[in-house]
Write a new protein. Structure first.
Length: 316
């Protein structure tokens, strides 16, 4: 955890107004300013921005970083995203970074489970049949008894595992390094583990080590008919290799993230057989906002009191 270091001016910039109404009054001396990152002309004036010590960035506003040059007194940044690797090199020296670890666990796990169930139980086909007026029942795959490998076993992976076990699936955990006490396999064992995997779920950040981690070799190791799910970052899955497998209907896929992203209208992934795509919405459910509000309020109170902030992200 990082200790906040700041002068007597406790100015904070938040993405949402009126958080004190639902969570109690702000500490004495705290001056709260609001910028949602999207409303034209809503930026605080230059003098205010120059006083801000803690900035909670707007969620899902990629160009919000344009404000950084104006935050000359900045001491700490709170991102509401769990993945902040791309933000690191943009921060000035001495500015602490804190991520949104835990905010998206339930939402993303829920969405991953929804993608899996939709793919296993042929929901896209039933929707198409409903629209076309067809009544053509057939047996489908199941999640019960399926062998699921979670690649990137962290807090989201653990939340997904709880839901999978409730559906009577069998779960194998994979992370960068082995954690024998938690029965977590190292990623080096992935090619062998995939040989007996019915559903592989990627829950990975984008780093040099994870880019293309699930490529042609790994996909080839999967059994015929296996399902590839990605709710982490698009570039951790080799799109070309996946297309080669889905084009001949050997593998299926359910993707909340893609490479490229946003996915162009005419991209082959959109028309590949057995591929279900959602537009990177896994973390954006109703569960996110109240959890994010609680974190923001806690961080502001800690910052005002000079206490260590939560969710410190190492700067290397």
């Amino acid at each position: 955890m990082t200790r906040a270091v700041h002068d007597s001016a406790t100015d904070v910039l938040l993405p949402w107004p009126d958080l004190d109404r639902g969570h109690g009054a702000w500490p004495e001396g705290v001056r709260v300013h609001v910028w949602d990152g999207v409303t034209p002309g809503s930026e605080p004036d230059a003098e205010t921005l120059a006083r801000v010590g803690l900035w909670v960035m707007p969620y899902a506003v990629p160009d919000a970083v344009r404000l950084l040059p104006e935050l000359s007194n900045l001491k700490a940044v709170q991102s509401l995203s769990a993945g902040v690797e791309k933000l690191l090199p943009l921060l000035p020296p001495g500015v602490a970074l804190h991520n949104g670890r835990g905010l998206h666990d339930a939402s993303t796990a829920e969405h991953a489970l929804g993608l899996i169930l939709a793919a296993q139980r042929d929901l896209p086909q039933w929707v198409a049949d409903q629209t076309a007026g067809r009544w053509e029942p057939h047996f489908t795959r199941s999640l019960a008894d399926a062998r699921v490998t979670i690649v990137g076993y962290g807090s989201i992976g653990a939340a997904l595992e709880q839901r999978l076990l409730a559906c009577e699936a069998q779960v194998t955990r994979v992370a960068r390094r082995a954690r024998p006490e938690q029965d977590v396999h190292p990623v080096s064992e992935l090619p062998e583990l995939l040989r007996t995997t019915d559903i592989v779920v990627l829950v990975l950040p984008e780093t040099p080590e994870t880019e293309g981690l699930l490529g042609a070799k790994e996909l080839a190791a999967l059994p015929d008919g296996a399902l590839v799910v990605n709710v982490g970052r698009g570039r951790t899955l080799d799109t070309g290799a996946l297309l080669a497998e889905t084009a001949r209907s050997r593998l299926r896929a359910a993707l909340d993230v893609t490479d490229p992203e946003p996915l162009p209208a005419g991209h082959p992934l959109r028309h590949a057989p057995g591929v279900l795509i959602t537009p990177h919405v896994g973390g954006g459910s109703a569960a996110f906002r109240p959890r994010a509000e609680r974190l923001i309020v806690e961080q502001v109170r800690r910052f005002a009191a000079g206490l260590p902030l939560l969710n410190a992200f190492p700067r290397g």
